[in-house]
Design a protein around this ligand. Structure first.
Ligand SMILES: Nc1ncnc2c1ncn2[C@@H]1O[C@H](COP(=O)(O)OP(=O)(O)OP(=O)(O)O)[C@@H](O)[C@H]1O
Ligand SMILES: [Mg+2]
Length: 258
């Protein structure tokens, strides 16, 4: 067996995933085993199915009108591989374990503290003191604590875009997920704020299995442990680190996209 495959264990196994909306095929014949070798960066042209792929992993597609689909998806949750469609796994529990952060920061229109507290209250049985502890822990984890500790009661809409995106990430981390789905998390941010998020993701990659959509070759090269290339609703390549360390080779493989 190839050494890298021996070292890294599978965290996601997908068999014949297919998704359509109103009878129009969006994802088809997706068969894939992903190993836990760092951040998985998902790239592909606009409309190739990246967001739909992410939404398959936490069953969000099922909420959209005209959805139909099928296939088997197993994810490593709580130590073992679990079928995400298994009736024993409630969808709310799946979404706690497979957290998602969207392209545009979607802070709740309440205070900074409440952005963390409200989901914690709804989803966990933590008491007030435990929730406060968790709040500090996650705001520190995303390096936001020093910037907001004196303004926790302020409306979160007053934060900068980059701060809001880190707050969204903290809100997801507060629920102790196993997998983080990030849909172009830096799309609405400037260069400096993007770098901050990228450095943060690199720090978090040992604690969470991260899958991030990116439209930037620079970003993909910086953060990825593996790159998944989508084209017209199918997987075109799964690139390992040694395949994209040479920028010219990577540019050639991805010339349709970047
Ligand atoms: N809820 C929906 N209803 C109907 N069509 C949809 C829905 N969601 C996605 N699609 C269609 O599926 C295709 C893939 O969309 P998706 O959002 O997954 O692409 P993407 O790769 O994320 O693109 P982008 O890079 O622009 O974000 C598109 O043609 C889109 O119109
Ligand atoms: Mg998208």
């Amino acid at each position: 067996m190839e050494p890298t495959l021996m070292r890294h264990k599978p965290f996601c196994d997908i068999k014949n995933l297919h998704v359509s909306f109103h009878g129009r095929t969006v994802l088809q014949k997706v068969n894939l085993t992903l190993s836990d070798s760092g951040i998985l960066v998902l790239v592909g042209s606009s409309g190739s199915g990246k967001t739909t792929f992410l939404r398959s992993l936490n069953r969000l597609n099922e909420h959209y009108s005209g959805y139909s689909g099928g296939g088997k998806i197993e994810l490593k949750l709580s130590g073992s591989m679990q079928d995400i469609h298994c009736p024993d796994l409630e969808v709310t529990e799946l979404r706690r374990q497979v957290g998602m952060v969207f392209q545009t920061p979607n802070v709740l229109p309440v205070s900074i503290a409440q952005n963390i507290n409200l989901p914690l209250k709804l989803v966990t049985g933590l008491d007030k003191a435990e929730r406060e502890g968790r709040l500090i822990e996650v705001l520190q984890e995303v390096h936001l604590w020093d910037e907001v500790k004196d303004r926790l009661k302020e409306n979160s809409a007053r934060l900068s875009g980059g701060q809001q995106q880190r707050l969204c990430l903290a809100r997801v981390l507060a629920l102790k997920p196993k997998v983080l789905l990030l849909d172009e998390p830096t799309a609405s941010l400037d260069f400096k704020a993007s770098h901050k998020i990228e450095d943060l993701l690199i720090e978090l990659q040992d604690r969470y299995q991260i899958i991030a959509v990116s439209h930037s070759l620079r970003q993909a090269r910086k953060i990825a442990g593996q790159i998944l290339v989508m084209k017209e609703g199918q997987i075109e390549h799964l690139l390992k680190k040694d395949q994209f360390e040479n920028p010219e080779m990577l540019q050639k493989l991805l010339e349709d996209i970047f």
